[in-house]
Design a protein around this ligand. Structure first.
Ligand code: 13P
Length: 350
């Protein structure tokens, strides 16, 4: 792509501004980019049929919540949603923008088995990505997301798996920045397994180190990118699970070892943590540590689970589901400032 003199500079400034506001204090990202099979599973759990209309209605309900203006800096969308309109003809993207929130788009096409690497995955979606990104920009997206899956046990991951996924993340990130979109770089070390927090630290450290080596090799403008990492945390089946303070301390230590100061925002995934755990961990990091980056959230399940349940597929539940969603967004907004307290959860329930 030919960039006229001066044009590249303007584009970089836009990337930097977007990346900074994505992790701005008191706000974070709503990951609402579940693929159709994934959202269909979530709807099945509340006995709700998944159709283009029900998916639109549910997501529109979230996007119309007043919580967006205060606590949601950006929303990650799935391709279908980026193209949908509300019944009154307003594009959902415009509803998001009306709150001063930024629309984004998931652009990977999923994690597939990595050939000749038992138990490991590689994320696909690079073919034709340049053209898709240009279309997404025209449709209003200003950032993108690509998730790499790093499975963990006593044997996995192999360095090879981490390297090829980091390479794909960097190629994706370069294409995003060329198209004027901020790349969310998501290397997710999974929580599934019985590994302890030390093992998670070791694997996360290696993964992040490898990712930033590749980002540098691909000349990524770090000031115009956002990292979406897992927290350093015990595996879901670990017998002795680390507490909140330990998760906060080890996560910040791991990030300080591996993430350059130039990056403006780190927005964590929730990865299977409970809603309150995801809030408590983020809060402990912001309350206890000075960091060169904004530490915020980019939660899917931990922001939506309670609202989905309250909605239950019924339009008469919109208002209550919006209240539940606003509460979760507010708790996480407080956590970005280290101002959340467990009592606040109780007060909201009363
Ligand atoms: P969770 O917060 O549910 O892990 O989802 C975040 C996400 O976008 C995963 O790619």
């Amino acid at each position: 792509m030919g960039i006229a003199a001066g044009e590249g500079k303007t584009m970089s400034q836009e990337l930097v501004r977007t990346a900074q506001s994505m992790g701005a204090r008191s706000r974070g990202i709503l990951a609402a980019d579940e693929s159709t099979p994934t959202i269909t599973k979530r709807f099945a759990a509340i006995a709700t049929e998944s159709t283009a209309t029900s998916r639109r209605d549910y997501r529109e309900m979230l996007f119309r919540s007043a919580a967006l203006a205060e606590h949601i800096s950006g929303v990650i969308l799935y391709d279908e949603t980026l193209r949908q309109q509300s019944p009154d003809g307003t594009p959902l993207v415009e509803i998001i923008k009306s709150h001063g929130s930024i629309p984004g788009i998931k652009v990977d096409t999923g994690a597939k088995p990595l050939a000749a690497a038992e138990g490991e995955k590689i994320t696909e979606g690079l073919d034709g990505l340049r053209e898709r990104l240009n279309e997404y920009y025209a449709l209003g997206a200003r950032f993108a997301k690509w998730r790499a899956v790093i499975n963990i046990d006593s044997r996995l991951p192999t360095a090879h798996c981490v390297r090829v996924n980091a390479h794909a993340l960097a190629r994706y990130a370069a294409l995003c920045q060329e198209a004027g979109l901020v790349p969310i770089i998501e290397p997710e070390v999974m929580m599934e397994g019985d590994h302890d927090i030390e093992r998670c630290f070791e694997v996360t450290e290696f993964t992040l180190k490898t990712v930033f080596e590749e980002l540098q090799a691909h000349k990524i403008l770090l000031e115009g990118a956002v990292l979406k990492p897992n927290m350093v945390i015990s595996g879901l089946k670990c017998k002795v699970r680390a507490g909140v303070e330990e998760v906060a301390e080890m996560t910040v230590r791991c990030l300080k070892r591996t993430v350059p100061d130039a990056l403006p925002s780190i927005c964590f995934l929730s990865g299977g943590q409970s809603d309150v755990d995801a809030t408590a961990h983020l809060n402990a990091m912001n309350a206890g540590y000075e960091t060169p980056w904004n530490l915020s959230f980019s939660y899917g399940r931990a922001l939506q689970a309670a609202a989905l349940k309250a909605w239950h597929g019924k339009s008469e539940n919109f208002a209550v589901a919006q209240r539940v969603f606003a509460h979760r967004a507010c708790m996480n907004g407080l956590a970005t400032q280290g101002k959340w307290r467990p009592e606040l959860e109780q007060q909201a329930a009363e």
